[in-house]
Design a protein around this ligand. Sequence first.
Ligand code: ACM
Length: 349
Amino acid sequence: MLDVARHFMPKEFVKKYIDLLALHKMNTFHWHLTEDQGWRIEIRSRPRLTEMGGSTEVGGGPGGFYTQAEYSEIVRYAQEQYMMVVPEIDMPAHTNAMLLPYPELSCGKRPPAPYTGTEVGFSALCPEKEETYRLVEDVVREIAALTPGPYIHMGGDEVEALTHAQYVGFVERVQDIITRAGKRMVGWEEITKARLLPTTIAQQWKSDSAAAAVQHGAKLILSPASRVYLDMKYDAATELGLNWAGTVDVSDAYGWDPATFMRGVSETDVVGVEAPLWSESIKNLSAAHYLAFPRLPAVAEIGWSPAAARDWENFRVRLAAQAPRWRILGINYYRSPQVPWAPEGAAGR
Ligand code: ACM
């Protein structure tokens, strides 16, 4: 997952990130398109979403958005590398930018105004207003038409301004809308509070709801923040990134097993692992590289190799052997002291 909303990532940036995902055998690109700080995708029936919501970002920079033609170009680019795109429209919270042109649909903790900070949870679409669902329908219809893959991610995380009943009702309505648009819903784990269809997928990031979700028949994507959030700092000295889930060095990203990590969850409940890269602290590709490498290859191996074939001592040597290749590709990677890198300039033959 790449967050292009906290800081806007132009089309060429996204393509270069997709190249690196493909190089490491990632097969799904979860594109986090909307946030409190910016709305990044043209919706033709609702042009004010990008007119008003597209020009802000964390720190007050110029923001930006993708036209539908650019969106389709990136989807095709990913397809050519055998990668499925899963677009995310985060709702009902993380919607401050979506609400700038629709203040009458805001039931958050404060009236919508351009937001360039990094707090979460304060915004919310009004779940009782029918006009809210007309807006969601317009967005989902256009995104579904642009997206060949079977999934639309509705976010659903970190809602602080609604009651439990309001939240559950909203998730179930949006699940209906996405289903009627011919897609399967994905949502962050909070959606497991609602009645989910067997086709819906929950994405675990905190792990506290996994067992209940599985009992309800949901399949899971595992993205435990303490292991695979690529925006966590490597150690206390890392300048980029955040640390609310702790620090995550390469051995943390590699040293867990999706089949046993969460109580009450077995391998058949898990459809995949995913490493999100949130962009509060990321302003350019070099910064994205630094946080993704070398943790991204660790997550790729978790996803593709059975536990019996994974071994940290062996992995860290094979990881070190990738570094000359990364340098030729211009990848700015973190020289983790856990990895036995060869002296630079020594390799390359
Ligand atoms: C999340 O990190 N809020 C899904």
